[in-house]
Design a protein around this ligand. Sequence first.
Ligand code: ADP
Length: 254
Amino acid sequence: WEKISVRSHSKDELYQMEQTFNEMIDHLRESFNKQEQFVSDASHELKTPIAIVKSYAQLLERRGLERPEIFQESIGAIETEADRMQKLVEQLLFLAKSKNESVLTEVNIVKLCLDVVTVFNGAYNRSIRVNRKEQEEILVKANKDQLKQVVYSLIDNACKYSEAEIIVTISVVDKNVAIAIQDFGPGISKEEQAKIFDRFYRVDKARNRDNGGTGLGLSIAKSIVEAHKGKLTVSSNIAEGSTFTVILPIVIDH
Ligand code: ADP
């Protein structure tokens, strides 16, 4: 026993150890609770599309053959819900493995934004203005695909929640680049602004179901930006519109 009883500790040392131990336990408990909440939210979100698919399948079985309009409606709804589940599962998988180390390269933020905007201006016929030209270069160290997803999600939201023009402004401030995505949509109240970055949070659940929202886009965007030592913020006024700003450190010497 003498051999394994290492050495005696002073009262202060024991108190310190107890403190550290308690902090560790609190931290573990908190992350366990968060994990549990996440799994329960995720299953809840998946239950709704599954229930809808089931009820339309039953409707098809009962009336689909004799009523072509019921057939059409049911097939359409099943497809929409399957798309939603697909998106949700992809986002959940992304969140589950986002702790993986990612490959960082030098990425030109101007080109990345212009590429994303081209997709929206072309395929979705939107009017999005960017204050930069293709030849300009502002470099950041980043995982290009993840960063593209951030810009894509923010522009996608601006398009979903507003009809009018969208303005993308890229500016260099000190050692950072700021990418501001501004829309002139309904805006978000101060109270909601504090919650929209939470997983699965949607301001208007019913309306967002119609436009395919999952409530995960902003929380994923925020976690990507923070993993790049950056910040994602929102400033918005009801009935005036919203501006989401991504701030990232730039590559100074290369
Ligand atoms: P969703 O998939 O529902 O769009 P997000 O995480 O991307 O989920 O956004 C969370 C919520 O924040 C949305 O449901 C919406 O209510 C609100 N929101 C996000 N972007 C905008 C915007 N540009 N204008 C108004 N509301 C927005």
